[in-house]
Write a protein that binds this ligand. Structure first.
Ligand code: ST9
Ligand code: ZN
Ligand code: ZN
Length: 334
């Protein structure tokens, strides 16, 4: 069986929370007909604006770390809440819902996830999902926006500091994105992205502790604002860097993505990356349900409340067969 067939093949329909699972979407198919551009690579063009802003963000986040001991308990709790909400906007929103369509979400849930996604400030949902679909389809090639074969730093943050490889844009323009264009919530967020980021990523996290329990302006700005944002960005980037380099490959040892528990913990469930690249349509992104996976717990809760449905899942039989056929025999995750 070819890799394309392998990734398409799943008969793992399963009942969950009253919702019947479905099958995969086309964008998840690995394209093994793609060949990297031969000859010399195009030069990397540094984007100094991004290099400067990223450096500044990390320096100010370090200042937030210095201020951390002077934050009140309420502010620390609020920082954790902001981290969780913004992380959900990426994991449950941009990733599992909009990039992979691994479940269906009602209008109110989509509005919440789009707002949470603006709080995360990781590009708007449309751009995030477009880049992520290219990442899956052309993983570890020049057409992969954060191609991990170019090293840890490039996969982690370097890719945001240079112009994209032309193959990323060329392959990306051929992707099927009509579902995103047809989603009014996604398009509304894209139209008002800058304003929503200023309000939700920077103003609200700072304003709440300053106004409601009299936190100092500096702590309110640097801790739940900038420190939370920088930590959340790095937790996300670790999925592209660490989880493509370190860990076991129990499901498919022919691909680079790995099972990495530390990443799963910080990215609220997104570190089971060998499983995820093998079965990208599975809403839980892991064989083990809610274990180290707050995002799956959140989606289950939304399903219980009637706000999400049609959660796609792979059956145990398919997982076991796949482990035996292409896994690295580590037989465990992380
Ligand atoms: C950030 C994103 O951090 C992080 C994403 C991480 C993904 C992780 C995935 C892992 C799995 C999930 C785990 C989640 C875990 C979450 C845990 C939470 C705790 N296809 O981009 P431009 C076209 S962002 C088709 O400017 P350049 C298109 O026409 C951080 N077409 O390219 C586009 O125009 P438009 C904050 C494409 O000039 C035009 O080209 N943000 C595609 O090379 C130009 O596009 C930043 O730092 C495509 N794929 O610049 C800003 N791509 O978009 C970062 C492009 O209008 N970005 N086109 O349609 C930039 O400044 C620039 O993109 C650049 C490249 C300098 C990097
Ligand atoms: Zn990946
Ligand atoms: Zn994915």
């Amino acid at each position: 069986m070819t890799q394309t067939e392998t990734l398409n093949h799943h008969d793992g329909t399963q009942q969950f929370g009253g919702a019947v699972a479905e099958t995969s979407t086309v964008e998840d198919v690995f394209d093994d007909s793609y060949k990297e551009t031969e000859g010399p690579k195009p030069p990397m063009t540094l984007v100094w604006r991004n290099i400067t802003l990223m450096s500044l963000l990390h320096v100010t986040a370090l200042y937030g770390l210095v201020l951390l001991p002077s934050a009140s308990v309420a502010t620390l709790a609020w920082t954790a809440v902001c981290y969780f909400i913004s992380a959900l906007g990426v994991t449950a929103g941009a990733h599992r819902l909009w990039s992979h369509r691994s479940y269906k979400a009602s209008f109110p849930l989509r509005v919440f996830l789009a707002l949470a996604n603006s709080m995360a400030f990781q590009n708007d949902v449309y751009e995030w999902a477009r880049d992520h679909r290219v990442h899956h389809k052309y993983s570890e090639t020049d057409a992969d926006p954060h191609n991990a074969t170019r090293g840890f730093f490039f996969a982690h943050v370097g890719w945001l500091m240079v112009r994209k490889h032309p193959d990323v844009i060329e392959k990306g323009t051929k992707l099927e994105l009509s579902d995103l264009k047809a989603d009014k919530v996604v398009m509304f967020q894209r139209r008002h992205y800058k304003l929503s980021v200023v309000l939700l990523c920077f103003f609200v996290p700072m304003f709440v502790p300053w106004y409601f329990w009299g936190e100092s302006f500096a702590v309110a700005y640097f801790v739940p604002g900038l420190l939370r944002y920088a930590v959340m960005l790095n937790a996300t980037w670790l999925v592209n860097s660490a989880a493509h380099i370190w860990g076991n490959r129990p499901y498919d040892n022919t691909i680079n993505p790995r099972e990495n528990r530390l990443v799963a913990f910080s990215a609220i469930g997104e570190g089971f990356h060998n499983y995820h690249h093998t079965f990208p349509f599975d809403y839980a992104t892991s064989e083990f349900g809610c274990k180290l996976n707050l995002t799956t717990a959140f989606i289950n809760t939304m399903c219980f409340l009637g706000l999400a449905k049609d959660l796609k899942r792979v059956s145990k039989e398919v997982i076991t067969a796949r482990r035996q056929r292409t896994g690295d025999s580590s037989n465990k995750s992380g």
